[in-house]
Design a protein around this ligand. Structure first.
Ligand SMILES: *[C@@H]1O[C@H](CO)[C@@H](O)[C@H](O)[C@H]1NC(C)=O
Ligand SMILES: *[C@@H]1O[C@H](CO)[C@@H](O)[C@H](O)[C@H]1NC(C)=O
Ligand SMILES: *[C@@H]1O[C@H](CO)[C@@H](O)[C@H](O)[C@H]1NC(C)=O
Ligand SMILES: *[C@@H]1O[C@H](CO)[C@@H](O)[C@H](O)[C@H]1NC(C)=O
Length: 506
């Protein structure tokens, strides 16, 4: 029975099951299709009816939210270190593009000053790329090792000097970063143009100033190997030792620095990369010779300490044109270490330099001191009273010509640079008088002296550039002096200052 029943059931159910499966699969497909259609229709309805409806209902509150976003825009994205290595055009392309105002230290606000803009393209490339000895294995220094561009650029000289004096670096010998706003890193062509705005750029100071002049000559001669030194008269030993980074950091080379552009033009004119012209002239021996001249004239006179050495003062005065030249003169002064950072001595030193300028070049207006700041004439303090706290030594003699309208006369352009930070090799005997504490206090005092209304130097066309913060995390070969890298940064700081001088007022 059982067997029969079983067999009969099997025989009957087989075709029925197949049919049921068929209908089942069809109904599954229908469900999926229906679902798809339902989702499509509901999406359509939501998009075309519900969202517009919601928009209409909530529009006012959304608008006010948008407005609030506009009132408090998100902070601008940081463009620091945004380099443009993939540039197609050469960094000097834009120099021929007259629609970009060139060489202006501080571009008008309408000009894009981001590192990716055409104006700042030179800042984003290695401007040393084609310098002599750049590919030498022991001289591979890129300008991007010294400074990398970021946005914004400083809008004027005052903010640039603040940014430079307060800037620093992230890590020892890392690229220098001005504080809050950036400086330009000019190409040689741009540097030449800025220098040629001036009849002369006269440096006055000690070895630190001489090294800055050396670094400027590296830029003007496009020579990392021997640009800062008088390579034309070197013997074999000097050629070997005074090379590249070591142009300043071996004592014997340090005094072989280039002192004046005329020496370069006389002994090695081809090394000078600014525009020059050559003409025939009668030489001292009566024979005609070729003389190379350039609109660029960079010169240093060493004036180490107060009291002044009369021969130094005499030589300095000889640098000043007797009559007003067609272009302005810029002065870059540095003093401090030779008088153990004695502020009074620095005041006296500065006054001595200003007096010399005043006597020799009265066309330079040093006489625009505001009334309340005019110092009372006093007898010259003797040298021994250098520790005196009185900061008002004799004023430069005042012009006695009442017909002169001083406010329409050009100002002298003077930059005072305070000494850089000390290094671990600073001899112990000098730590108290010239260590980092003394250096910082000195820098601050000089800054106040020049900036504070009522101080005797206020408003006389003197500006201050500090280098302590810039140099604290840098190599110092003897504890006092920076090597080529630090001096190149100081030099570029000076070019930025020169680039901002209002030569139109001359
Ligand atoms: C010149 O500069 C302008 C403004 O930045 C730019 O629009 C133009 O493309 C530049 N021309 C060339 C040839 O680079
Ligand atoms: C270096 O020279 C090459 C070839 O002339 C040029 O393409 C490049 O722009 C130059 N670089 C700089 C920084 O002047
Ligand atoms: C540089 O650093 C010193 C601290 O050593 C600080 O007092 C000074 O204000 C800084 N200079 C500037 C211009 O910020
Ligand atoms: C001096 O010159 C300026 C500018 O040329 C003029 O504004 C000013 O009135 C003049 N002052 C006197 C006292 O003549």
């Amino acid at each position: 029975m059982y067997d029969n029943k079983f067999h009969s059931r099997r025989r009957v159910s087989r075709p029925r099951r197949t049919v049921a499966r068929y209908f089942q699969s069809i109904s599954k497909q229908w469900t999926i299709r229906n679902l798809t259609i339902a989702i499509a229709i509901s999406t359509l309805v939501v998009c075309s009816v519900v969202v517009p409806l919601l928009n209409v209902i909530f529009a006012p509150s959304w608008l006010s939210w948008l407005e609030s976003r506009a009132k408090y825009p998100p902070p601008p994205r940081c463009q620091a270190l945004a380099l443009a290595p993939q540039q197609q055009s050469s960094p000097t392309d834009h120099i021929t593009n007259t629609s970009v105002p060139l060489y202006h230290a501080f571009p008008p606000t309408t000009l894009d000053d981001s590192p990716l803009s055409a104006y700042r393209r030179p800042d984003t490339v290695d401007t040393f790329a084609n310098y002599t000895y750049r590919t030498h294995p022991s001289c591979s220094l890129s300008s991007l090792d010294l400074h990398r561009p970021f946005s914004p650029l400083c809008p004027d000289t005052a903010s640039f000097l603040n940014a430079f004096s307060g800037g620093g670096r992230i890590g020892f010998d890392a690229p220098f970063m001005p504080r809050e706003c950036d400086m330009r890193w000019y190409t040689t062509l741009e540097t030449c143009e800025i220098f040629s705005r001036f009849e002369k750029v006269i440096f006055v100071g000690d070895s630190m100033m001489r090294h800055v002049v050396g670094a400027l000559n590296v830029l003007l001669r496009e020579d990392l190997g021997y640009g800062a030194v008088t390579g034309w008269n070197f013997d074999d030993e000097e050629t070997e030792k005074c090379f590249c980074m070591h142009q300043m950091d071996v004592k014997a080379c340090s005094v072989q620095g280039v002192y004046r552009t005329s020496d370069v033009l006389k002994h090695d004119p081809d090394s000078f990369k600014c525009p020059t012209s050559t003409r025939k002239a009668k030489g001292e021996d009566g024979q005609t010779e070729l003389v190379t001249t350039s609109p660029v004239n960079l010169i240093i006179e060493l004036m180490l300490k107060f009291p002044h050495d009369p021969t130094e003062v005499k030589r300095f005065k000889e640098l000043l044109p007797k009559t007003r030249p067609t272009r302005p003169i810029a002065f870059v002064l540095g003093h401090g270490l030779w008088n153990d950072l004695d502020l009074q001595a620095t005041v006296n030193w500065l006054n001595g330099v200003l007096n010399a300028i005043y006597e020799e070049a009265p066309y330079l207006n040093l006489d625009t001191l505001p009334r309340e700041a005019q110092p009372q004439p006093q007898p010259q303090p003797p040298a021994s009273s250098a520790k005196d706290t009185n900061l008002s030594p004799p004023a430069p003699p005042r012009r006695n010509d009442p017909k002169q309208n001083t406010s329409s006369m050009p100002l002298a352009h003077i930059l005072f640079i305070t000494p850089n930070a000390a290094g671990p090799l600073k001899p112990d005997a000098w730590i108290q008088s010239q260590g980092d504490k003394a250096l910082q206090l000195f820098e601050k005092s000089v800054h106040n002296l020049i900036h504070r209304r009522g101080e005797m130097f206020y408003g006389r066309g003197i500006e201050h550039m500090g280098t302590w913060n810039m140099s604290i995390q840098m190599e110092k070969w003897d504890g006092v002096h920076l090597d080529l890298r630090g001096n190149l940064i100081k030099a570029m700081g000076v070019v930025n200052w020169l680039g901002g001088v209002e030569v139109e007022m001359w």
